[in-house]
Every structure is written in structure tokens, then in C-alpha cells.
Write a protein that binds this ligand. Structure first.
Ligand SMILES: Cc1cc2nc3c(=O)[nH]c(=O)nc-3n(C[C@H](O)[C@H](O)[C@H](O)COP(=O)(O)OP(=O)(O)OC[C@H]3O[C@@H](n4cnc5c(N)ncnc54)[C@H](O)[C@@H]3O)c2cc1C
Length: 386
């Protein structure tokens, strides 16, 4: 059989999601941002069509595919100008972790709603005093009878305002210091002692970020997902899809910006020919296209490895894909804005705000430098400086 990069079903999914994205597009997202609300209509329709849960098991209402399919959904919505950031979090991280490590009861409670979009879950690992160094997180769970009491602080947690629960990464009291032995808790945002404060971001996005303060939040025993001793393995089951999905987010945004630049470069004429005929305009756009394609290839590799059950192989590829996609996105957006000259900075064309948005893919969920560190140490065997 001839090896193919994407199956017929995956190509069909790509085309169908692209058509849905086109019906909403950038104008729709711009409207939701202006109205300060979540893109609820697109989220609901994508959920109804089965796109939000393509990666989740069929027996819990999902599509039975993998992160390969989910990354196609996010990339195509983004390429249409209407990305759904919460796809990175709700089905990709939380859905995956619950599907792989949750109890039967947790799966039945959460997965069907995550899959059809009627329930959303946020994810909180980042802390103000830990940042890129997750081993320093101090959010701590201590036992109180059968319950847990969770205390700590988180920052930059996306979508808490629309979430039915937040999957919080903490550590148990007896593992309070040293190498991170994470444990994950499903925390309802209306729990006593749970406070959320919006962070004023310079981002023109529908999804908002929050600081969380957890002060002895009481949780039942079954709020713990998986085994409290399973540690990093369980966490990375969710973090690898997060990286792959951030790559999809970045590639989608890069493709959208490149598309707008190409439309403009084909039409705009200030000398004898459209500006796209000048190689100073054409070549950087061609390079941006190549870089996005290369990043997608690495993303597809990472997704295939992950879906095939190779968590270790997927880890390296997911990091590389996130790096490549983040850089390709930042550069594509920058070149797109430049191609439009002064119009690149107008609200009418709506590209300038992507300059800030594209940077998210460089910094989150793991920064460019931390991926270069990872590759230096893990792939190349170089010594560590920290
Ligand atoms: C829009 C947005 C949404 C987010 N959503 C979520 C979410 O839903 N849930 C969640 O848990 N988190 C979320 N985050 C947080 C994100 O994962 C963090 O911002 C990211 O991990 C970086 O941590 P930090 O901001 O503390 O930066 P820091 O760790 O303080 O890093 C600052 C700078 O120092 C560099 N640096 C740090 N250490 C090293 C080193 N050893 N070598 C070289 N350079 C280094 C970094 O690369 C970076 O450039 C979100 C962030 C943003 C911007």
C-alpha cells in the first residue's frame, strides 16, 4: 500500500471543518471579542457535528480518533480565522487524561459533555513562582478524612469563566518538595475557597486568562484523576497533546495570516505590477508557506506517534512541532502585516492584533527556550545549565 500522510477520512474531516470555519471566519471572532464573550455558537455547532470530541473514545460519545484528527479540526478552524483555543485544553488535555486515567465514573461524568461541547474543562498547571519550572509548583493537596484540601495559586489559566471544572495540577503533602510528582484534581469553579481574577491581557482573543487562588478547597476523594503515585507519566499523557494542539493553533493562525497577505499581494498595485510580483514581497511569503508546511509535517509525526501509543517518541516530536509551528506562525504573521503596508496596522484588515496573538504560540505552553533546552539535553546529550 502506498503510504499516505492523511487518510481519505482525515482529508474529508479537514474539508468539512474548513467549510464550517468559513461560515464563521474572522468577522465572527472579532464580534465575539468586541462583545467580550466566548464564541459559543461556533463551539456548540462544532460540538454537535462531533468535531470537538473526535479524539475521544466512541463509547463515551467521542469520535474514536486521535489527536491527529483533533489537530486537523483546530488547524482548519484557525486557517479560516476562527480558532477555538479551548480545544487545546478541554478535549486535548483534560479529555485525554480522563479517558486514559480516569475512573469509569469520571469518564461517564465528563467525556460525553466534553465531546459534544456541552461541558468544558480548563487546565491549570502554571504558577506565579514556578513558571517554566513546573518542578517548583507548590499547590498542595492534603488529606482530611476521605476528602482532599487543595491550596495554591495558578496564573494564566484560560477559559475559567466558561469552564464547568478546572483540572488542577498539584502535589500531595508528602511529596511537597523535590522532583515533581504531580497529581491531578477536578475542581469545580464554584467550590468554596476557589477564587478567580481575570488577567488584563493585551490579546484580542475571545478566551480570557485568569489568576486562581485556592484556599483549602475541599474536594471529595473522587476528584483525584488517576493514581496519586503515577506522577509525570499521567501528566505528560495530557501535555503532549497540548503541545501538538498548540502547533495546530499556530499553523492555523499562520495560514490565515498568509492567506490575507496573498490576497492583498495579488491585487495591490503601486508600480506596474501587483506588489506580489516583487520578490522582496513574494519570497518571504513563499518561505512562510514552506515553514508552515514543514511545521505541519512535524506536527503530523508527533500526532501519529502519540496516537500509536509511543508517548516517549511523541514527546520529542511534539516539542519540536510546537517550536517549529510557533516560529513559523510568528514569522508568517509578521510578514503578512508587512505585506499590507499601512493597512497591516488598521483595524479594518485585522492583522496587527495577530502579532500579539502569534506570540502565545512562542511562549505557551512551553517556551521556545525551554524546547531548545529540551532538545539540547534530551536529543543532543549536551549538559544542563540549570
Ligand atoms: C495566552 C496564554 C494562555 C495560557 N493558558 C494557560 C492555561 O490554560 N493553563 C496553564 O497552566 N498555563 C497557561 N499559560 C501559561 C504558559 O504556559 C506560561 O506562560 C509558560 O509556561 C511560560 O511560563 P512563564 O510565563 O512563567 O514564563 P517564565 O518561566 O518566567 O519565562 C520567562 C522567559 O524566560 C525564559 N526562560 C525561563 N527559564 C529558562 C531557562 N532555563 N533557559 C532559557 N530561558 C529560560 C523563557 O523562555 C521566557 O522567555 C498561558 C499563557 C498564555 C500567555
Amino acid at each position: 500500500m502506498t503510504p499516505v500522510i492523511e487518510s481519505e477520512e482525515q482529508k474529508d474531516l479537514r474539508a468539512a471543518v474548513a467549510a464550517l470555519g468559513k461560515r464563521y471566519g474572522r468577522d465572527y471572532i472579532a464580534r465575539t471579542v468586541a462583545e467580550g464573550r466566548h464564541p459559543a455558537e461556533l463551539w456548540a455547532e462544532a460540538g454537535k457535528l462531533g468535531y470537538l470530541g473526535v479524539n475521544l473514545p466512541e463509547e463515551y460519545g467521542g469520535g474514536g480518533g486521535g489527536v491527529t484528527e483533533l489537530s486537523i479540526v483546530l488547524e482548519e478552524l484557525g486557517a479560516a480565522g476562527s480558532p477555538l483555543l479551548m480545544l487545546v485544553v478541554s478535549p486535548a488535555i483534560c479529555g485525554t487524561v480522563i479517558a486514559r486515567f480516569g475512573t469509569e465514573e469520571q469518564k461517564r461524568t465528563w467525556l460525553p459533555g466534553i465531546a459534544d461541547g456541552t461541558r468544558t474543562m480548563a487546565f491549570g498547571i502554571t504558577e506565579p513562582d514556578a513558571g517554566s519550572n513546573s518542578h517548583r509548583i507548590t499547590t498542595t493537596a492534603r488529606r482530611d478524612g476521605d476528602d482532599w484540601l487543595l491550596t495554591g495559586r495558578k496564573v494564566f489559566i484560560s477559559g475559567v469563566d466558561i469552564a464547568d471544572a478546572v483540572l488542577i495540577v498539584g502535589r500531595t503533602e508528602d511529596a511537597r518538595t523535590g522532583r515533581l510528582k504531580p497529581c491531578l484534581f477536578i475542581v469545580p469553579p464554584d467550590a468554596e475557597g476557589f477564587q478567580r481574577n481575570p488577567i488584563d491581557m493585551e490579546l484580542n482573543a475571545a478566551e480570557k486568562q485568569f489568576e486562581l487562588v485556592l484556599d483549602d478547597v475541599r474536594l471529595p476523594a473522587d476528584a483525584l484523576v488517576g493514581d496519586e503515585d503515577a506522577g509525570l507519566l499521567q501528566l505528560f499523557a495530557g501535555l503532549n497533546p497540548e503541545r501538538i494542539m498548540t502547533a495546530a493553533f499556530a499553523i492555523g493562525m499562520g495560514r490565515y495570516a498568509l492567506g490575507r497577505a496573498l490576497d492583498y499581494a495579488r491585487e495591490r498595485t503601486v508600480w506596474k505590477t501587483p506588489i506580489g510580483a516583487h520578490q522582496a514581497i513574494a519570497h518571504p511569503l513563499a518561505r512562510a508557506h514552506i515553514d508552515l508546511e514543514l511545521a505541519r509535517l512535524m506536527m503530523q509525526k508527533a500526532a501519529h506517534l502519540y496516537d500509536a501509543g509511543d508517548d516517549v517518541g511523541a514527546g520529542e516530536a511534539a516539542n519540536m512541532a510546537k517550536y517549529a509551528a510557533g516560529e513559523a506562525c510568528v514569522n508568517a504573521v509578521d510578514q503578512a502585516v508587512h505585506t499590507l503596508g499601512g493597512n497591516g496596522l488598521t483595524r479594518e484588515y485585522g492583522l496587527a492584533s495577530l502579532i500579539t496573538a502569534a506570540r502565545v504560540a512562542r511562549i505557551a505552553p512551553v517556551s521556545r527556550e525551554m524546547i531548545l533546552n529540551y532538545v539540547s539535553h534530551q536529543s543532543l546529550g549536551l549538559p544542563k545549565s540549570y
